[in-house]
Design a protein around this ligand. Structure first.
Ligand SMILES: Cc1cc2nc3c(=O)[nH]c(=O)nc-3n(C[C@H](O)[C@H](O)[C@H](O)COP(=O)(O)OP(=O)(O)OC[C@H]3O[C@@H](n4cnc5c(N)ncnc54)[C@H](O)[C@@H]3O)c2cc1C
Length: 572
């Protein structure tokens, strides 16, 4: 039997959501609740450190902003698919989170008068993105980790790759994982689990996400019986650097940057005459894609096309002070100085609006499990997330789920029985079957082909025909995957094995994303169909749910919570 460790609480994922929950548990229990923090990478390499532009919050009620305005912007941005009760909780809580982080030492950028600064962001009708230059996520992570270090009752499990969430009789029992440095199989038991494993950007080749973001938590939850909600809604960010896809933060436009086509025209005038470049991401990405497809974009080095992100009129001082990372990345990666020349960009896969179905407090349908951050669907982003609302969501629901977990642990009677046979079966699956696979198919080729078909057929615009083709390709790839070889047969830091397991997660996810998209015969937010171009509130104002069955994903639907605002046409 594998090594077994036990804690009161397990936090799977140490990005912003996971760390915020850990701090909440530590500070409110005065270290009486014992936590295990699990991450497949070093804690400070969690993807949240890459967040750049800001965290949305209402801090200026006296100067024209209001909670209602933030809520309305979020609901309208979501194309009316957000649950409005969740949005209310969000806008009310996030200002407190900003102040908490301020007290804990987060170096927010400041105005001349010394107060916390904020900048404009897409789809927000007030400048409410709270920033730490253009390295906001890094400073937030650093601040949360520093704060956690004031407490002692936690253990870090860095480079620990979770392979499954074990649920029995409707309640959480344990995680199974590979300790990458030793190659040992580890069982982690606890009374409660928070899933905070982030997004799924690597379903696409052209993405802003690092290679580690592969939707593991979504698939482990799905396989353990939880539903995945609204998975067809993927966000394409308007400004991915060409050719790598590295994010050029929305703050570039928030600070006043322009988008131009090959003729130098600010084409957003045609698509969003009021908000122009500051319109929500789904609208700006569609506008760019239209310019590209109608032949008004420049040819790019990678054979595609690009739009120009022009910051030259902002001047050196502003760029150096407010967008230093952007300048550094452009100079290092493509040898271009944005003070002098426009940046080549195009729409890039960026964010998953869908995720594990939770209630308004982040609780999943399995007893003892919560989910927070990008992995979860609470649902406050609906069909399209507004920029700077994600780091904010991580802070809000990290805090809320932390509080809920404390209650649960306080009222529970110890650890539930370990289903030993299930754990042994998982160890055999990973080391007996997976590691020994020798069918000759290269798992990296399969991942590459998967990303190609998803990138081609599930992009800014989709059609039924394209999605049907993608589904066929994904199913073929799933068959091929049964015959892979994992080349490295060793145990110690076997990245071949980890990458193969991740690819299997991505294949499951791809099927769910495509099936959800095929079924949804309308255009809403990030799901924009050429063959069903209108939003259809009569038939499709509902969340989709995908459940795991022996016959593959089964789709179901549930209503959207509407409290204040009935859907209207979105104009910007
Ligand atoms: C380049 C970029 C810039 C962004 N900028 C902004 C911004 O300015 N404002 C904003 O609001 N949003 C921004 N976003 C979005 C935002 O950063 C993310 O949605 C958010 O940080 C996700 O945080 P998280 O805590 O949910 O997950 P993450 O930070 O991705 O953390 C996931 C954790 O789960 C762990 N994990 C995953 N799988 C496993 C496994 N199998 N076993 C063990 N551990 C596992 C990882 O190791 C990691 O610790 C940006 C996104 C990108 C890509």
């Amino acid at each position: 039997m594998a090594e077994v460790v036990s804690h009161d609480v397990l936090i799977l994922g140490t990005g912003l959501a996971g760390l915020r929950a850990a701090v909440e548990i530590a500070r409110r229990t005065g270290d009486s609740v014992n936590m295990g923090l699990v991450s497949k990478v070093q804690l400070m390499r969690s993807h949240s450190v890459c967040a750049e532009g800001g965290t949305a919050a209402v801090l200026r009620e006296g100067e024209g902003d209001s909670l209602d305005l933030h809520a309305w912007d979020t609901v309208k941005g979501s194309d009316f698919l957000a649950d409005q009760d969740a949005v209310d909780v969000f806008v009310e809580t996030v200002p407190k989170e900003i102040r908490l982080l301020d007290h804990w030492g987060c170096p927010w950028s400041r105005r001349e008068d010394g107060r916390i600064d904020q900048r404009p962001f897409g789809g927000h009708s007030y400048p409410r993105a709270t920033l730490a230059a253009d390295k906001t996520g890094f400073f937030e992570m650093q601040c949360l980790y520093d704060t956690l270090l004031r407490y002692a009752n936690f253990k870090r499990y860095d480079e620990m790759f979770a392979t499954s969430i074990v649920v029995e009789d409707g309640s959480f029992r344990c995680l199974t994982a590979i300790d990458l440095p030793s190659g040992e199989f580890v069982v982690l038991r606890a009374k409660a689990l928070l899933i905070a494993t982030g997004g799924l950007g690597n379903l696409f080749g052209f993405t802003t996400y690092s290679q580690t973001v592969t939707g593991d938590g979504q698939v482990m939850a799905y396989r353990a019986g939880m539903a995945l909600e609204d998975m067809e809604f993927i966000q394409f960010h308007p400004t991915g650097l060409v050719p790598s896809g590295i994010l050029m933060t929305e703050a570039c436009r928030g600070e006043g940057g322009y988008l131009r086509n090959a003729a130098g025209e600010r084409f957003m005038e045609k698509y969003a005459p009021k908000m122009m470049e500051a319109a929500p991401r789904d609208i700006v990405s569609r506008s760019e894609q239209t310019e590209i497809e109608e032949g008004r974009a420049d040819a790019a080095v990678d054979g595609g096309h690009f739009i120009q992100l022009d910051l030259t009129h902002l001047g050196a001082d502003k760029i150096n002070k407010r967008l230093p990372l952007i300048r550094e990345v452009c100079m290092k990666f493509i040898g271009l100085d944005p003070i002098l020349e426009p940046i080549p960009i195009r729409p890039v896969a960026h964010y998953s609006m869908g995720g594990i179905e939770t209630d308004i407090k982040g609780k999943c349908t399995v007893d003892g499990i919560w989910a927070a951050g990008e992995v979860a669907c609470v649902s406050m982003h609906g069909a399209n997330r507004l920029g700077s609302n994600s780091t904010a969501e991580c802070l809000v629901w990290g805090g809320i789920t932390g509080g809920e977990i404390i209650e649960h642990v306080g009222g529970s009677n110890g650890l539930r029985e370990l289903p030993t046979a299930r754990v042994e079966a998982e160890e055999r699956r990973v080391f007996g079957e997976f590691l020994e696979m020798d069918g000759g198919e290269n798992p990296y080729d399969i991942r590459h082909a998967l990303r190609a078909t998803i990138g081609e057929n599930m992009s800014v615009f989709r059609t039924g025909e394209q999605m049907a083709r993608a589904l066929e390709n994904v199913r073929e790839l799933k068959q091929r995957f049964k015959n892979i070889s994992v080349d490295d047969k060793g145990r110690i830091y076997n990245s071949n094995l980890m990458n193969a397991l991740e690819t299997e997660y991505l294949l499951d996810l791809a099927e769910i994303v495509v099936l959800g998209g095929l079924a949804r015969e309308e255009s809403r937010g990030g799901h924009s169909r050429r063959d069903f171009t209108e939003r259809d509130d009569v038939n499709w104002l509902k969340h989709s749910l995908a459940r795991c069955t022996d016959d593959g994903p089964q789709l179901d639907y549930k209503p959207v919570t509407i409290t204040k605002w009935q859907p209207v046409e979105r104009k910007y």
